[in-house]
Design a protein around this ligand. Structure first.
Ligand SMILES: [Zn+2]
Length: 148
């Protein structure tokens, strides 16, 4: 998952700008920055694919089967979630590689006192949990449902 050469590329730099983080919850913005930076030190190129998802984007994702959640029931609809993926493999890391990302993410959250839920953290019960290891959201995001 490490790729020092790619970390130095223009494309990697452009990927950092992909997601619109304007007005997103400050914890999400800070967590996204810190997790990407911590992995970058290890030569692992990650970037934020999505932070905000508009109503139109959410409904489109639902229709395409990308998500089982409709607007406004995603933390992305309120700037309270971030999807952080690999610059070259995107969502295609192995479960073991994702578990490293998860471990580092929780380490950062613990150090900063951020209360986050990780989409890769399968509670292991028979529910409708969708394994989505790119996804991090505020545990209490429903308290932040403020129109953009
Ligand atoms: Zn997500």
């Amino acid at each position: 998952m490490a790729d020092k050469q790619y970390c130095l590329s223009v494309h990697y730099g452009q990927q950092q700008m992909r997601a619109d983080q304007t007005g997103a919850h400050p914890v999400i913005v800070e967590f996204t920055r810190l997790l990407i930076r911590r992995l970058r030190v290890l030569d692992v190129p990650m970037y934020p694919h999505c932070v905000w998802r508009t109503k139109a984007d959410q409904e489109s994702a639902f229709v395409r089967g990308v998500t089982t959640v409709r607007y406004p029931d995603s933390a992305h609809n309120w700037g309270c979630a971030t999807d952080i993926v690999h610059g070259l493999k995107h969502w295609g890391l192995t479960p073991k590689q994702w578990s490293i990302v998860g471990h580092i993410g929780f380490e950062i959250a613990h150090q900063r006192g951020f209360k986050l839920v990780w989409g890769g953290d399968d509670p292991g019960v028979n529910d409708a949990f969708d394994w989505d290891p790119a996804h991090w959201e505020l545990a209490d995001w429903r308290a932040h449902m403020i129109a953009r």
